[in-house]
Design a protein around this ligand. Structure first.
Ligand code: PLP
Length: 489
C-alpha cells in the first residue's frame, strides 16, 4: 500500500511513497503528513474470524491487510514485544466498571503509559528499515514525560539509530524523569533543559535549522528521523487495540458483533483516537468517537463550534500534562479524510498564518457525525478519581477526564469504552492528593501511600527506578544544547 499526502503534492517529492519512506521521513509536501491511499475493509467477517485470536494474531492479520513493505519476520519480532507486557497472553485488559461502562487499560507495557503500545513495535521496525538500507538515523525528541521514556526503552541498543531526548528539568514527575535518566545504552543521550516543555521544544526547533548542526550530520552521514506521534509507523499499531477492545466486549458477552459502541479517548495530539477513526472507517461498529480533554480544550471547541483558535496561545499547566496542547497535529489527517487535500492545505496554512481556522457549517456537520467532545477541569478530575476509587477502581488523571465526557455525552444504553492511558504510578502525587488530601508529596511518598490505601503493589519496574544508577545527569541551558549534542554524536 502507498501513502499520499494531506496537503497535496509539491512536485519536488514523489506523489506517493511506501510505508518505509513514510516512517523514515514523516513530513510530506507543504508540511503535511502521510496517510494511507486506501484503507482495508475489515467488516463483520474479520471480527468473526478473530473472536478467539490472540492480540498478536489480530495485529498480524490487520497489518497484513495494509500490505506494508516490511518483512513478515520483522513484523513478528515487533509484535513479540507485546509478550513483555504484564500479561503476555493479553497486553490490553478491558475491565468492566459498571453496566455499559468498560475501561481499556493501555498502560501495561514497560514504561507504564499508552505510548508503549505503538513505540515498542515501532522501534523494532524503524531500526530494521535503517539497517536494511544501511543508513544511520538520529531521532530527536522533546518530551513532556511519557514519549521520552517509551522512545528510549524501545530504541536502546537498536542498531543504526541514535536517540537524543530532551526533557524539561522541572516539568516531569519523578518517575518519568527517572525512567529517562537511568536508561543506559551507548546510543542514547538524555538532556535536562532548564525551563518548561516549551523551552525543550523550542531548543529542538532551533537545532533543526542550525547550519553547523546540519553540517555535522552530513559529515557523519547521519539522517534525521522522528518518532513523534504523527509518524504513521506509530498510528498503524494504534488501530489494533480499538478492534481488540471491541472483540473483548463481544467475548465478555457485553455486545454482539455489529452492535455500536462509544470509544472515549483522552486526547492531546490526537494519535490515539485517530487509530479509532481509522478502525471505524475500516468497518468497526462505532456510535461516536468521544474526545476528552483537560482545560486546554482546543479540541472540544473545534468539535463543538468548528473553530480552531489558538490566537491567545496560552497553554495551561494541568494535572494531565500529556494533554496540555494547543496544536494537535493528527487532527490534520481527519481534515484530509473529510474534506480532501486542497481544503486541508488551506485550513492548515490558515492556522500557521492567522492562528485560526473556521469550518463551514457543512464541514462541521461532517465532523460531528463522527466526533463529540467535552473537557474536564483538574478539580472535576480529582472528584472522578475519588468517586471511581470509592467504587474500587484506581485511575490516573488523564483517564479521569473521560468520565466527565461519559456523563455529559454518552447515551447510557450504549456501551462505552474509556481508554486508560497511564498507570497510577506515573502521576502518583496528583492521585494521592485526590485520595488522601496530601499536597505536593514526592513520588516515592505518594506511591507508598496509594499502595497502602488501595492495597495494590507498586510494580517492580517502578520501584527499581529509585535505586537505579543515574547515568544522564546533565541539566543545561537551552542555548547549550547544540554543543552538548555534537559532543554525543
Ligand atoms: C500521549 C498521552 C495522551 C494523549 O494521546 P494523543 O495520542 O496525543 O492524543 C493521553 N494520556 C497519556 C497518559 C499520554 O501519555
Amino acid at each position: 500500500m502507498n501513502f499520499i499526502q494531506t496537503r497535496g503534492n509539491d512536485e519536488t517529492r514523489p506523489k506517493a511513497v511506501t510505508f518505509s519512506q513514510a516512517i523514515l521521513s514523516p513530513i510530506a509536501s507543504f508540511g503535511g503528513l502521510y496517510v494511507p491511499e486506501t484503507l482495508p475493509e475489515l467488516g463483520e467477517e474479520f471480527l468473526n474470524k478473530h473472536l478467539n485470536s490472540s492480540y498478536k494474531e489480530l495485529a498480524s492479520d490487520m497489518l497484513s491487510r495494509f500490505e506494508i513493505d516490511i518483512d513478515q519476520s520483522v513484523i513478528d519480532e515487533a509484535l513479540a514485544l507485546y509478550d513483555k507486557f504484564d500479561d503476555s497472553s493479553n497486553p490490553v485488559p478491558v475491565v468492566k466498571i459498571k453496566d455499559n461502562l468498560y475501561v481499556s487499560e493501555l498502560y501495561h507495557g514497560p514504561t507504564r503509559a499508552f505510548k508503549d503500545m505503538a513505540l515498542q513495535p515501532f522501534g523494532k521496525i524503524l531500526s530494521s528499515v535503517a539497517q536494511k538500507r544501511d543508513e544511520n538515523y538520529l531521532i530527536l525528541a522533546a518530551t513532556s514525560g511519557d514519549t521520552g521514556p517509551a522512545a528510549l526503552e524501545t530504541f536502546k541498543n537498536q542498531k543504526n539509530i541514535q536517540v537524543v531526548c530532551m526533557y524539561p528539568a522541572n516539568g516531569t514527575s519523578d518517575v518519568q524523569r527517572l525512567q529517562m535518566v537511568t536508561e543506559s545504552a551507548s546510543n542514547l543521550k538524555v538532556i535536562g533543559i532548564k525551563g518548561n516543555f516549551d523551552d525543550a521544544q523550542s531548543a529542538l526547533k532551533n537545532l533543526l535549522v542550525s547550519p553547523s548542526f546540519k553540517a555535522t550530520l552530513k559529515e557523519k552521514n547521519i539522517s534525521l528521523s522522528a518518532a513523534n506521534s504523527v509518524n504513521f509507523g506509530r498510528i498503524i499499531f494504534q488501530i489494533v487495540y480499538h478492534i481488540h477492545n471491541y472483540l473483548e466486549l463481544v467475548r465478555q458477552n457485553a455486545i454482539e458483533i455489529g452492535e455500536k459502541v462509544y470509544l472515549n479517548v483522552p486526547s492531546g495530539n490526537f494519535g490515539n483516537v485517530l487509530g479509532g477513526y481509522y478502525a471505524m472507517l475500516m468497518g468497526l461498529p462505532v456510535e461516536k468517537l468521544v474526545i476528552s480533554s483537560n482545560e486546554n480544550n482546543i479540541l472540544t471547541r473545534l468539535i463543538q463550534t468548528g473553530i480552531y483558535d489558538i490566537r491567545e496561545g496560552n497553554l495551561k499547566l494541568t494535572t494531565s500534562p500529556a494533554m496540555d496542547i494547543l496544536k494537535s497535529s493528527n487532527v490534520e489527517r481527519v481534515l484530509f479524510g473529510l474534506y480532501g487535500a486542497s481544503r486541508t492545505r488551506e485550513l492548515m496554512e490558515g492556522l500557521d498564518k492567522e492562528k485560526i481556522y473556521t469550518l463551514s457549517s457543512w464541514e462541521l456537520e461532517k465532523l460531528q457525525e463522527i466526533f463529540v467532545a467535552d473537557y474536564c477541569s483538574d478539580e472535576e478530575g480529582k472528584e472522578y478519581i475519588k468517586a471511581a476509587f470509592a467504587d474500587g477502581y484506581l485511575m490516573d488523571p488523564h483517564t479521569a477526564t473521560c468520565f466527565k465526557a461519559y456523563e455529559t455525552l454518552s447515551n447510557p444504553k450504549i456501551k462505552s469504552i474509556i481508554y486508560s492511558t497511564a498507570e497510577w504510578t506515573k502521576f502518583s502525587p496528583v492521585i494521592a492528593n485526590a485520595l488522601t488530601g496530601e499536597v505536593d508529596a514526592k513520588d516515592i511518598i505518594a506511591l507508598e501511600s496509594i499502595s497502602k490505601e488501595a492495597k495494590v503493589e507498586i510494580p517492580v519496574m517502578v520501584k527499581e527506578l529509585f535505586n537505579k544508577k543515574i547515568v544522564h545527569n546533565r541539566v543545561i541551558e537551552k542555548e547549550d544544547i547544540e554543543k552538548e549534542i555534537l559532543k554525543f554524536l
